[in-house]
Design a protein around this ligand. Structure first.
Ligand SMILES: [Zn+2]
Length: 73
């Protein structure tokens, strides 16, 4: 399985996760992820990072805090 050594770069992974990677490449990445655990790990880390970025950009999540400690009086 020589193709395992051909890891996609972080940029390529990112584009793949965003769904902005053109199809032949995306297919290659997908196949690679099936066999390469270290790339799955970095893909998951990228995903978590992207999600934290997204919640930063969107702003306040619409989740009520339990306890209501936000009131100051
Ligand atoms: Zn890999």
């Amino acid at each position: 399985m020589e193709f395992i050594t051909n890891h996609p770069s972080e940029e390529v992974l990112e584009q793949y996760l965003f769904g902005s990677l053109p199809e032949p490449e995306a297919e290659g990445v997908e196949e690679h992820l099936l066999v390469c655990h270290s790339c799955i790990d970095s893909a998951e880390q990228l995903l978590a990072f992207m999600q934290s970025l997204r919640s930063t950009f969107i702003g306040k999540p619409k989740v009520r805090r339990a306890g209501g400690t936000l009131q100051e009086r």
